[in-house]
Design a protein around this ligand. Structure first.
Ligand code: K2U
Ligand code: ZN
Length: 173
């Protein structure tokens, strides 16, 4: 089912998430809900803390070309095992910081190791938007948001806008 996405500032978005110890049926259902929530947003990535679950689980599907088969990835306990020296810049957004975008530099390529839904270990190298997205999601598991890479003034301006948005949403509901 589609779950509500937490909006910054929220303490649960700043937590270091706990490793997943067993790929249970409950974890499988959580991954399914996260994929459904991500596609509905729409987004190309989502981390468990964004729906209030402080566990080390992310989902992503950065296939953006129409007609190409989607490639939903579910990663438990993802770790970056190598990152390129070369950086790439992307105008990032975040489903927990709606309608705010800013340029973020990150390694252009990363190698990631994770446990899949099948309980097996995987390791794959990512480049392009996949590399940006997987790093953005793994940051979420360490309580880091893309605005943490910005200067203090820009970060503060965005945080104030989100606090205003949350006040307005609270009045509506
Ligand atoms: O984690 C999230 O909040 C989902 C992010 C993932 C993401 C952010 C920046 C760059 C790449 C991925 C996005 O909100 S998903 C929305 C989106 C869609 C297409 C391109 C960039 C961001
Ligand atoms: Zn995000």
């Amino acid at each position: 089912m589609i779950r509500p996405i937490l909006i910054h500032p929220d303490p649960r978005l700043k937590k270091i998430c706990d490793p997943v110890t067993g790929i249970s049926a409950e974890m499988g259902k959580l991954a399914e809900d996260m994929l459904e929530t991500m596609y509905d947003a729409p987004g190309i990535g989502l981390a468990a803390p964004q729906i209030g679950v402080t566990k080390r689980l992310i989902v992503l599907d950065c296939v953006k070309t129409e007609g190409e088969a989607p490639r939903p990835l579910v990663m438990f306990n993802p770790e970056i095992t190598w990152a390129s020296e070369e950086l790439s810049t992307y105008d990032e957004g975040c489903l927990s910081i709606p309608d705010q975008y800013a340029e973020v530099d990150r390694p252009a390529e990363v190698r990631v190791r994770w446990i899949g839904l099948d309980g097996k270990g995987y390791e794959e190298q990512f480049a392009g938007l996949w590399a940006t997205c997987v790093q953005h999601e793994i940051d979420h598991l360490n309580g880091k948001l893309f605005i943490d890479y910005l200067g203090p003034l820009k970060r503060q301006m965005i945080t104030r806008k989100m606090e205003k948005l949350k006040r307005e949403r609270a009045r509506q509901h």
